[in-house]
Design a protein. Structure first.
Lengths: 148, 148
C-alpha cells in the first residue's frame, strides 16, 4: 500500500471547499489554470500543464461536501490507474481536507516529488479558499530545478 | 510499509545542504529555532517546539554530503521508533534531497498532517540554503487552524 497522504485545515465551511473541487473554475484556481472536461460523476476532468503534459481524471465518487474520488485515466505512466481522493469534514471554523493519492507501484523518486508537489497544491487550495488567490500552474511553487 | 516521502531540489552543492543538516545552527534555520543536543553520530539532537512539545532524534547514520538517518527516541507517541532520513545527490547545479519518514504504524490523520508539514519544512530548508532565510518554528507555515 504505497500512498501519498496529506492534510490541510481550511478556514471555510465544507461548501467553500466543495466549490473548488467540484467545478472547473474552482479547480483552475489552485491546480492548473487550464482545466477542461466534465466534473460530474462519471465524467473526465482534464488537467493540462502546458509542455509538462496533462492528467485526465475520471470522477469515480462525488459526495457533495464530503468525498471526491478520481481515477487517473491519462497522464504520466506511473499515475495511470492510481486514485486521488479528498475527504472533507467540518471541525469548528475549519474544513479539514484529508488527501490521498493511492496506488503507487514503487516508492520511486517520482513518487517523492509528487508528494511534495501535492502539498504545495493543497496549500494553494487553502490560500484560494481563504484569500481568493491560489498558486495554480503556471504560477505554481517550484520545488526543484530539474523537475518542476 | 507506511512512509512519508518527499523530494526537493536545492540550488547548492551537497556541502551547502550538508551544513544545514549536520549542525545545530543549520537545523535551527529551517526546522525549529530551538535546536539543542549533539549532532554527531550516536548523539541525540533535541528539537523543541515550545508548548507543542519536542522531538529527540538519535543520529543513526551520518555519511557527510550523502546520507543522514535519525531515529525518534522521544516525541509524539506515533513517532517513537520511527526513522527520518535524508539522501543527498548532486545533479548539475542542484543537490537533490530525498526525504523519508519511515515506520508509521497506521495511516492516521496525524500521519497525513505530518506529511504536509514535512513538505513545508523541506521547502524551508530549500529557502534557507538558497536565500539565507528559512521558516523554522515558531515562524513556520501553518497548514490548519486546529493543529499547527
Amino acid at each position: 500500500m504505497l500512498n501519498i497522504v496529506h492534510r490541510v485545515g481550511i478556514k471555510s465551511s465544507p461548501g467553500g471547499v466543495h466549490r473548488v473541487l467540484a467545478t472547473k473554475q474552482g479547480l483552475a484556481g489552485w491546480w492548473t489554470t487550464d482545466t477542461r472536461g466534465d466534473c460530474e460523476l462519471g465524467g473526465v476532468i482534464e488537467f493540462h500543464f502546458g509542455t509538462r503534459g496533462r492528467v485526465d481524471m475520471k470522477v469515480l465518487e462525488l459526495d457533495p461536501a464530503k468525498r471526491f474520488v478520481w481515477q487517473v485515466v491519462e497522464g504520466p505512466q506511473d499515475w495511470i490507474g492510481s486514485k486521488v481522493s479528498f475527504e472533507l469534514k467540518q471541525e469548528g471554523e475549519q474544513t479539514t481536507v484529508l488527501f490521498k493519492h493511492d496506488g503507487w507501484k514503487e516508492q520511486s523518486e517520482s513518487m517523492h516529488h509528487c508528494s511534495t508537489k501535492w502539498a504545495t497544491f493543497l496549500l494553494s487550495m487553502k490560500a484560494l479558499v481563504e484569500s481568493g488567490k491560489g498558486k495554480p500552474f503556471p504560477d505554481d511553487v517550484h520545488i526543484s530545478l530539474n523537475w518542476d
